[in-house]
Ligand binder design. Sequence first.
Ligand SMILES: Nc1ncnc2c1ncn2[C@@H]1O[C@H](COP(=O)(O)OP(=O)(O)OP(=O)(O)O)[C@@H](O)[C@H]1O
Length: 295
Amino acid sequence: MTETVIEAEGLGLRHGRRGGWALRDCTFRLPEGRVCAVVGPNGAGKSSLLALAAGLLLPTEGTLRTAPRETLAYVGQDKPLYPQLTIGETLRMGRELNPERWDATTAQRIVEAGGLDPRTKVRTLSGGQRTRVALALALGKRPVLMLLDEPMADLDPLARLELMGALMADAAENGTSVVMSSHILTELEGACDHLLLVDRGRIRLCGPIDEVGAAHRLLTGPVAAATQLAAHTVVESRTTGRQLTALVRPTGPVDSRVWQPENPTLEEILLAHLRSPDAPSFTTGDSLTTTGVRA
Ligand SMILES: Nc1ncnc2c1ncn2[C@@H]1O[C@H](COP(=O)(O)OP(=O)(O)OP(=O)(O)O)[C@@H](O)[C@H]1O
């Protein structure tokens, strides 16, 4: 079994004593070397989870273990950079703070690809340009685990493609584990191989994207045969006249004389779970087994 970069057990977080639970009962593990999409609606708990993983917040209950702090890179939504420094000075600071691991070539390449002059002050940069510098700084650290909170939100489509490509190439070349959040699945689909769906503070889906896809079927058949579905885990079912369409996790063979099975898209799987808050969660075996986080 591969090493683990994040392991949560019974993880819960309240923001402040009187706040509600931003996360509750979260148990999962993320194997090393994956590019994981953390998706979920606004307010689901994605940023809270990433901030916990980055060590910026402490759990209210349960545990969260990650790779050692000095091997993490975190880019939050607010992209904390020093506004009075130039881009060049920012990268030099990155090098000084990470003398052992700093990869100047990669950091510079990311900055140059955006046509940015290293003499430019950070405070004069646009939101998307700041994101680019923050990602250059994060990649330059040559981290074991990159935690990116909505990294693509303020990038134009070209910059998004280019930076996503750079991130993926880096992850593939160096085996970097990447965890990035978005509330727009299409932004991450294709780039990620692992999925974590967070909804109302709970983990609803967790596992390799291909396994999550393979575990679900979209069945269409007569309403009269609805009772047959009880043999499976029904995530969502909808009727149109006499026809029933259900997203299920089959627990055995499906009678193909009665049901027309299709492979749902990932978006269909996510939306069905979000529309059905009481549907059971799905976590692949490998996402639950405890192995201990790499020291
Ligand atoms: N500093 C804070 N103080 C109090 N409550 C907070 C704080 N930060 C987040 N919350 C609450 O915690 C819950 C989870 O918020 P979080 O920011 O983690 O969600 P999110 O999935 O990242 O949302 P979005 O997609 O909108 O960024 C929300 O109910 C939010 O109101």
